[in-house]
Write a protein that binds this ligand. Structure first.
Ligand code: SF4
Ligand code: SF4
Length: 417
């Protein structure tokens, strides 16, 4: 095919441009449009995009190095303003941990390379200087999240949390109407959720539960739909029964669980939640729990524990917890893993799924160690440490018989709240 001269091509281009003239914009209109879009982004989406990018960058960096904690849960306040019947993680009397001490703990977590710090309780909003702690986490470049029962949220407090640099807040709601077992109800908390929707500068997640003994499983869907309507994310925790064992979900609960999976949009809070599908069917999960390395639970005494349900082990003071402890816990298989329901540890461990977990010693759980000590008369100190910290290894349930159909055990999905 003969080459066409350049002048012919230019002529063709002129013809085309005459046939299809470019739309004429008023340049001032274009600038106004750009300004309007950037203003819109500044007032919410831009902040959200920036936060999301920062979170992902932080987590991705920590994930590259196996001996860095991805998530640490710290307790500034064991006292709670509620008394949920199933809960084993609160008291009615303790004082707040002094702020200077909390700041020292946060700084040590930063030195360990921690990516995300979750503040939990008890009820952390009872701590008088919570925003100072959050501000320090933010200044040290870590992502801060807060788990609360939501009762104490005022407009002023929501604004202060945002100004301090809080990244995420989670409220757990157990039922639509309060009962003797749990007052964490949509009916009571809805006005707080509306406040959060109006004033929060951070992401909000509403955690719902389904599982053994929940009186009205369909409540979870009502709560999740309300959360989505308000622009929040929602997660679902599968809970176990009063003996601490997980049972497969019944037909009604299973329907709720399946509906929920299609209801909510993806967010970091739902990352790696597929393990719950196995648990819902009563099946074990073949995973490697990295508690004690990728996940740390730091109680109000400043001791490091594997997780909220294995308090007492290792029970090492945080300031003495270092790389050797992290490496040991990283490689230690946990016998309690197959039916573990603790979502945040599953999430923090997911990045190392294909890395090794080899150790001669297998962690069988603190209660197992306690029972072994009692049988043999010998002691390695582990059981006694657990007794010192959490008291008698009693069944978790304290639910009154007057409310047999309500939750009987702590929602083990993402902290106790
Ligand atoms: S209970 Fe779960 S998170 Fe805690 S140590 Fe056992 S497997 Fe790990
Ligand atoms: S579950 Fe949360 S709100 Fe209820 S008593 Fe325990 S710490 Fe308090």
């Amino acid at each position: 095919m003969p080459l066409r001269p350049a002048s012919f091509v230019r002529g063709e281009a002129r013809l085309v441009s005459r046939a299809f003239p470019r739309p004429q914009f008023d340049p001032r209109g274009e600038w106004l449009l750009i300004l309007w879009v950037s203003l819109k982004l500044q007032s919410g989406q831009r902040r959200s995009l920036r936060r999301s990018f920062r979170e992902k960058r932080k987590v991705a960096t920590a994930a590259l190095y196996p001996y860095r904690p991805l998530l640490a849960q710290i307790i500034p306040m064991r006292r709670c303003n509620l008394a949920c019947a199933y809960c084993n993680e609160y008291d009615a009397t303790s004082e707040p941990v002094p702020t200077a001490e909390m700041l020292r703990r946060v700084e040590h977590l930063s030195r360990l390379g921690t990516a995300v710090v979750t503040i939990s309780g008890g009820e952390p909003l009872l701590h008088p200087e919570l925003t100072v702690i959050i501000g320090r986490i933010h200044d040290l470049g870590m992502v801060s999240t807060l788990i609360t029962n939501g009762y104490l949220l005022t407009v002023k407090q929501i604004e202060q949390l945002g100004e301090a640099g809080l990244d995420r807040l989670q409220v757990s709601i157990d039922n639509v109407n309060p009962d003797e077992v749990s007052k964490k109800s949509l009916k009571v908390l809805d006005s707080k959720l509306v406040r959060l929707a109006k004033h929060a500068r951070f992401e909000v997640n509403i955690n719902v539960v389904v599982g053994a003994g929940v009186a009205h499983p369909e409540d979870a869907l009502t709560i999740a739909r309300r959360a989505l309507d308000l622009g929040f994310t929602s997660t679902m925790g599968v809970i176990h029964d009063h003996t601490g064992h997980l049972k497969a979900l019944g037909p009604a609960e299973r329907r709720v669980f399946d509906t929920f999976q299609h209801l909510t949009r993806f967010s970091l809070t739902r990352f790696n939640n597929t393990f719950q599908t196995n648990l819902a069917a009563g099946k074990p999960n073949p995973w490697k729990c990295r508690a004690g390395s990728r996940f740390l639970y730091i109680c109000e005494e400043g001791l490091v524990h594997y997780c909220s349900q294995q308090r007492g082990y290792p029970g090492t003071p945080l300031e003495a917890y270092g790389l050797d402890d992290i490496k040991r816990a990283y490689h230690e298989p946990k016998a309690c893993a197959p039916f573990c329901t603790i979502a945040c540890v599953h999430q923090a461990s997911a990045f190392d799924r294909f890395r090794d977990q080899q150790a001669a010693h297998v962690f069988h759980g603190a209660e197992h160690a306690l029972a072994t000590e009692a049988r043999s008369g010998a002691t390695n100190g582990l059981g006694q440490r657990r007794l010192d910290i959490v008291g008698q290894p009693a069944p978790r349930s304290a639910a009154p018989s007057a409310a047999p159909s309500a939750p009987q055990s702590a929602p083990q999905s993402a902290g106790v709240q």
